[in-house]
Write a new protein. Structure first.
Lengths: 158, 83, 158, 83
């Protein structure tokens, strides 16, 4: 189980190679990589151009929250391993922001835990994005869709 | 008591971190906010719309009713947008 | 959109690196890797030891079915790209069997398409596993759980 | 007509692929199966439990009612277990 919060880029291929090596009691690995898009909002056609973004975070609380999220995932699914890497600082379009991965004997658990990790992280880990656009900087608003995605898991627990 | 501001709350207060000594009787986040609002126009602006503000006490999420005491680390920030 | 059916191993890290490079209008990439486990059935404690397996397939129909599955995924979700690699032949425990990946502007689509690809593949692509155990060879039975997983998507379509 | 067998159907028939000329009037997979069952004890064993047998005609999944004709490629196999 690994948590990394870092300014520098990561190599998703190398991370996956390391994460998946030497596993003989694992049926599946699910991995998600989140990237910086070059437009604002949900629609590439209507979204304003984004030249990059800067991710601010709350050092200390970030690691603490990510560890809590990972511990919760391990409680809910029979995981072999989990990995969370989240960057902060200035990021250009196409750059990687986040990687989450989960491995389990069963693919259902790998998929669900991976999605849980990214859904919860998006609403519980203290990161904030400011987008750099030709019109100036704009703090990204929290998305209702992210709250909805995360609250699915609250219901699943109850 | 250490108070931290992130994202646009940092921009509005002009402060990332400050050490403050709230008056006796400041027992909750809500009472702390009332004290902080009076410190500067920037603070007042930062706390103008409390529905847009989130709080963590000692790095755990809280709310206006969460107890605070001397020595705590209290952080104010907008809803998170990572991932 | 790429489909590969091959005897030789693949490098999941290199595949992910290639799949994720140069994307600026993509918000997320979801990837799943399936591995050979070293026990039979669902429970490592009670499952008999497996020394390896051999995957037989139906050349021609395999590619045709995988292409149809991928086309169906593209119809259902706004995908930027998709990748399916499936091996056949003799595989040892811990070896990679399959890799599926999907990229989209939105993580929901990436996750759902990726899971759809593996769920459908497991019930519609003509592969058969025979497990090699100390007690002899045994053809793997189709799992009801796989049928259930695939049929979820039938209902989602209706 | 080309008939293919995979997995344990190949093991039971002892054949991976055979060219066969079914009698006139063989218009469906079900009629073809009746013809094939009579070819050898191995064929009979392979087709003993039809609920465990799947079929593809020209590389698309079919069933006992799927039409077959001269020149078709018909494959018999158990439920798939890839992935």
């Amino acid at each position: 189980m690994t948590i990394r919060v870092q300014r520098e880029d990561f190599d998703p291929g190398a991370e996956l190679a390391r994460f998946s090596s030497g596993k003989t009691n694992v049926g599946g690995i699910c991995l998600f990589v989140g990237l910086v898009r070059d437009y604002m909002g949900h629609d590439p056609a209507s979204g304003a151009q984004v030249n990059g973004m800067t991710l601010e975070h709350y050092p200390g609380m970030t690691e603490r929250q990510l560890e809590a999220i990972e511990a919760e995932a391990r409680k809910r699914w029979p995981l072999d391993d989990a990995l969370v890497i989240h960057r902060y600082g200035r990021l250009e379009p196409g750059e990687r922001i986040v990687l989450v991965a989960a491995s389990s004997a069963h693919r259902d658990a790998a998929f669900e835990a991976c999605r849980f990790l990214i859904d919860w992280l998006k609403t519980k880990a203290p990161f904030w994005k400011v987008e750099h656009t030709p019109q100036g900087d704009a703090w990204v608003d929290a998305k209702e869709s992210d709250d909805a995605a995360a609250s699915r898991w609250d219901q699943a627990k109850a | 008591m250490k108070v931290l501001y992130f994202a646009w709350l940092k921009a509005k207060t002009g402060i990332g971190e400050e050490d403050i000594a709230p008056p006796d009787g400041t027992a909750t986040v809500g009472q702390l906010v009332e004290f902080l609002k009076a410190r500067s126009p920037g603070h007042a602006a930062a706390f103008e719309t409390m529905s847009a503000v989130r709080v963590a006490v000692n790095q755990d999420f809280g709310n206006l009713d969460t107890p605070v005491k001397v020595g705590d680390e209290v952080a104010f920030f907008p809803p998170v947008t990572g991932g």
